[in-house]
Write a protein that binds this ligand. Structure first.
Ligand code: PEP
Length: 251
């Protein structure tokens, strides 16, 4: 954890969530308002179909919302896509860009992720820019170099004066129940911090670096205590109010 930064715990619902999921969210809101105030910003990133309803529902409990992706253009002939301005219009404050599932399923490149991050900022959103190595890259000893390259190409220069968030998500840890050792997380986050400071000076000290990949109530406290881990991007465990609340409470 970096002492001077307000941590962020963001839930990524992925392609999960019908209207019935709003009940689970209601339960999370109740847990948050009944307990002591969370020591972090809490965000949920539901599917776009629920974003406006979720944004309206969670406002009373202090939860904010985010989109899971945006198109780099502001508007236009892009059937099926969603612009950052539309997400903002639906109440979002954040948007995830460059998630490994988008990089894999849709062939998203670092330069596209860079363009999406800029579009997010132009619409007043904070981009959560995802990076992370595959299992083969880690086995080949390339993890640090891969992440360094992704950050260099995906994070816009403008990050110096604006709010951006980096999420380090080892691809092999997402949805698998596997996590890197705490030492590996510390080394990777330390390397990312050094890269951000090298590039952005003092502003690089203030950029939140989240860990993502099978974060659960059982491991959240240890992971969140690692230096330069400024919160978490949580997939599966964010779908259950009790689990997500336990992770929020671990901050
Ligand atoms: C994610 O999708 O960003 C993620 C971290 O998923 P999970 O927590 O399920 O591994």
């Amino acid at each position: 954890m970096t002492a001077r930064i307000t941590p962020l715990i963001a839930g990524n619902w992925k392609m999960n969530g019908l209207t019935a999921a709003l009940g689970e969210l209601q339960r999370l809101g109740e847990l948050l308002t009944a307990g002591t105030a969370p020591r972090c910003t809490v965000a949920v990133c539901p599917p776009a179909t629920l974003l406006a309803r979720v944004s309206a529902q969670v406002a009373v409990s202090g939860i904010v919302t985010g989109g899971q992706d945006c198109h780099p253009a502001q508007s236009g002939a892009h059937t099926g896509d969603i612009s950052a301005a539309m997400l903002a219009d639906a109440g979002a404050q954040f948007v995830i860009v460059g998630h490994s599932e988008r990089r894999t399923d849709h062939g998203e490149t670092d330069s596209l992720v860079h363009a999406k991050a800029l579009a997010a900022v132009a619409a007043g959103l904070t981009p959560i820019i995802c990076v992370g190595e595959t299992e083969a890259q880690r086995r080949g000893g390339e993890a640090a170099a891969v992440v360094r390259r992704q950050i260099a190409a995906s994070v816009p220069d403008e990050a110096q004066g604006i709010d951006v968030v980096i999420a380090y998500e080892p691809v092999w840890a997402i949805g698998t129940g596997l996590t890197p050792s705490l030492e590996d997380i510390r080394d990777m986050h330390g390397g990312i911090r050094a890269q951000l400071v090298e590039r952005f000076g003092a502003a690089g000290e203030r950029i939140r670096i989240l860990y993502g990949g099978s974060m659960k109530p059982a491991n959240a406290r240890d992971i969140l205590a690692v230096e330069n881990v400024d919160g978490g991007l949580v997939g599966g465990a964010s779908l259950l109010a009790n689990d997500f609340y336990a992770i929020i409470s671990a901050v």
